[in-house]
Ligand binder design. Structure first.
Ligand SMILES: COc1cc(/C=C/C(=O)SCCNC(=O)CCNC(=O)[C@H](O)C(C)(C)COP(=O)(O)OP(=O)(O)OC[C@H]2O[C@@H](n3cnc4c(N)ncnc43)[C@H](O)[C@@H]2OP(=O)(O)O)ccc1O
Ligand SMILES: O=C(O)CCC(=O)C(=O)O
Ligand SMILES: [Fe+2]
Length: 359
């Protein structure tokens, strides 16, 4: 009789226990040297990336931020945001050293023992503002995503210094602080592009009143073509500022049915995308854009998005100044935390969360 290959886990609950409850994550699974992808991660065909749907002759814009006083530059930011919704910036004000430090800190966090990382899980975290987890919303997903993350919601510095993991807190705080300058520049340019020249305190809070930084870790995967790193989704932020490493694997598409476009890693660049909150605030003039991450068969990948958001307590809706004469608001007013909870309640299914507030 042919020898049988021993399954590493007796059943599904043993795998969930190892990955989620004990905090080993998919990183723990990957490091076991599995020869095949566990069935819990096998995505239905429609969720997998099909390489024949990738467009190779187009690329997203790359904007040099070194001369923001130049009208051509601000025009290209607004055009990139409204035509592409996704672009990369280079020569921005976030020092390369800050970016390298936060990438190193991400590796340091994920290399911690499972029991240390698990102190930040939903069940054990001392604050709702820090969460170590796997996949996106495992309780709602038919198939899990091949990703671990640490999510850090910034409330104030004292809390971050007291509670965030010591291996990454200073680096994340520095990355957020330095990025804030760039975020303000981008939002100012984008609002100017819609003829809104005065961003008062109330508007600034609606545009960038809260920030969440996620550290994403996508371990190498035995059968990358059968699963996803992150499924097709739209961010719920106003803007997302994303630092990716040199591995690649992030894809975007503007419209359902379009081919996917790869976002190539460029050293020192930051990837910018519009999220749902800016779509709502601008009454659809800037649009959030669908994106996804594929799994990788030979390399681990990390990324560090900063989600720039309204505050959870804010009611959001289109800015009256951005609704031109005769135009009607497309979206209902919504409490931002209700919007985000709605996003987190359902799996990544490629459906637009913004439909939740369409009038
Ligand atoms: C993880 O993989 C991801 C994540 C993403 C994220 C994309 C974004 O655009 S994130 C930007 C989100 N915006 C904000 O965080 C700012 C506003 N924040 C809030 O409104 C609140 O902090 C809150 C997120 C709604 C949490 O409020 P709270 O009152 O504490 O509500 P809970 O009951 O604790 O949570 C509700 C529900 O959401 C789940 N959840 C909460 N935080 C996270 C998190 N950081 N990551 C994942 N899931 C989270 C929580 O489990 C609750 O679900 P239950 O089923 O347990 O009820 C894009 C792509 C990815 O793959
Ligand atoms: O890892 C990436 O490149 C993108 C991650 C992402 O889309 C997200 O965390 O919302
Ligand atoms: Fe995203």
């Amino acid at each position: 009789m042919a020898p049988t290959v021993a399954e590493p886990f007796s059943d599904s609950s043993a795998l969930i226990d190892f990955v989620i409850n004990q905090g080993n994550g998919v990183k723990g699974l990957s490091e076991m040297g599995l020869k095949a992808l566990p069935k819990q991660y096998i995505q239905p065909l429609e969720e997998r990336m099909c390489m024949t749907n990738v467009q190779t002759h187009d690329s997203i814009p790359i904007i040099d931020m070194s001369n923001l006083d130049n009208l051509e530059v601000t025009k290209s930011i607004c055009e990139s945001a409204s035509k592409w919704d996704f672009f990369q910036i280079v020569n921005h004000d976030v020092p390369v050293e800050v970016l390298e430090n936060v990438k190193d800190a991400t590796y340091k966090f994920f290399r911690l023992p499972a029991e240390v990382k698990n102190k930040y899980s939903k069940e054990h975290s001392s604050s709702n503002n820090m969460r170590f987890g796997m996949s996106f919303t495992p309780q709602a997903e038919k198939a899990l995503e091949w990703k671990d993350y640490l999510s850090l919601f910034f409330v104030f510095e004292e809390e971050a210094f007291a509670l965030w993991p010591s291996v990454c807190r200073e680096q994340v705080l520095d990355y957020m602080k330095k990025s804030e300058v760039v975020i303000k520049q981008l939002l100012k340019v984008l609002m100017n592009g819609l003829n809104l020249h005065e961003i008062d305190e109330t508007k600034e809070l609606l545009l960038m009143g809260s920030m969440r930084t996620n550290l994403n870790y996508y371990p190498k995967c035995p059968n990358p073509e059968l699963t996803v790193g992150v499924g097709q989704h739209f961010d719920v932020s106003t803007l997302t500022i994303l630092l990716q490493d040199e591995i690649g694997g992030l894809f975007v598409r503007r419209n359902e049915g379009d081919n996917w476009i790869h976002v190539p890693p460029i050293k020192g660049s930051l990837v910018i995308n519009v999220g749902d909150a800016l779509q709502i605030i601008s009454n659809g003039k800037y649009r959030s854009v669908e994106h996804r991450v594929v799994a990788n068969g030979s390399k681990n990948r990390i990324s560090v998005p900063i989600f720039v958001n309204p505050r959870p307590i804010d009611m959001i809706g289109s800015f009256p100044e951005l609704i031109e004469n005769g135009e009607k608001p497309i979206y209902k007013q919504v409490l931002y935390s209700d919007y985000v909870k709605h996003f987190f309640r359902k799996a990544h299914d490629g459906k637009k969360t913004v439909a939740f507030v369409e009038l």
